[in-house]
Design a protein around this ligand. Structure first.
Ligand code: Z5A
Length: 213
């Protein structure tokens, strides 16, 4: 069974907020109801977009990546992802759940990297070609709490990416940017505290999605 018309739900928030955990719980809950669900992520989501993910997250060497290049790589990945995966799946009546989307670009590249916000927003709209999320869950958490959750993973896998390695001030700016975005678009972006236990957060999210699925 598909939902009435297909829908698009995104998860946003700082590193370690529990997005992947909640995406998984939501998928299980929807599939239990017989709703066809696609889980995807940004950057990435299609083979080409995943190649761009590797470049933008793990680029290293003597040549630093310019903030403008970083912005365009996230947008390029999204343009590919929207056209080849998200739009077709929503059109088929599926629920698409995406771990990060363009609000991350606004928060990380627009606010935290101080790139021109108007341009970032126009680029976001260009990349998504009208494919706005029906609902965005913003999992809010102080960055220090997120770091302590992901520290164990970094120790065992040694895989911190370029953005995770930014200073605390950068991550504080990201958190505050997400909250600003939520204030500007309260209908679409719902703030959920990420400090509660995963099962409690999941219940809150299930209440929020009743209106869209
Ligand atoms: N980025 C960007 O700059 N611009 C853009 O346009 C886009 C992205 C799209 C993508 O990283 C990076 O790209 C990201 C932003 C940037 N960099 N940063 N920072 P990613 O996709 O690899 O990673 P992430 O999105 O930052 O997610 P994450 O670090 O993997 O965290 P998460 O998905 O939010 O959390 P989790 O994996 O579900 O949980 C983390 C740990 O906490 C794990 O051990 C869980 O078991 C635990 N956890 C989960 N929930 C809880 C609760 N409620 N309590 C306690 N512990 C919990």
């Amino acid at each position: 069974m598909n939902c009435k018309k297909g829908c698009f739900i995104t998860f946003e928030g700082p590193e370690g907020a529990g997005k992947s955990t909640q995406v998984k719980l939501l998928r299980q809950a929807l599939e239990k109801r017989g709703i066809q669900t696609i889980v995807t992520r940004e950057p990435g989501g299609t083979p080409l977009a995943e190649q761009l993910r590797d470049i933008v997250k793990y680029h290293e060497g003597d040549e630093p990546m310019a903030a403008e290049t970083e912005l365009l790589l996230f947008a390029a990945s999204r343009a590919q992802h929207v056209r080849n995966l998200i739009k077709p799946a929503v059109a088929e009546g599926k629920v698409v759940i995406c771990d990060r989307f363009y609000d991350s670009t606004t928060a990380y590249q627009g606010y935290a990297r101080s790139l021109e916000l108007d341009f970032v927003q126009r680029l976001n709209m260009f990349a998504i070609a009208g494919c706005k999320p029906d609902l965005t869950i913003l999992l809010d958490l102080p960055p220090e709490a997120g770091f302590s959750r992901t520290a164990a993973r970094a120790e065992t896998q040694g895989l911190n990416d370029r953005l995770e390695n930014e200073a605390l001030d950068f991550h504080l700016a990201v958190r505050s940017a997400f909250l600003t975005i939520a204030e500007q678009e309260p209908e679409r972006v719902k703030v959920v505290s990420a400090l509660d236990a995963p099962e409690v957060i999941h219940c809150t999210i299930m209440e929020l999605i009743e209106n869209v699925v």
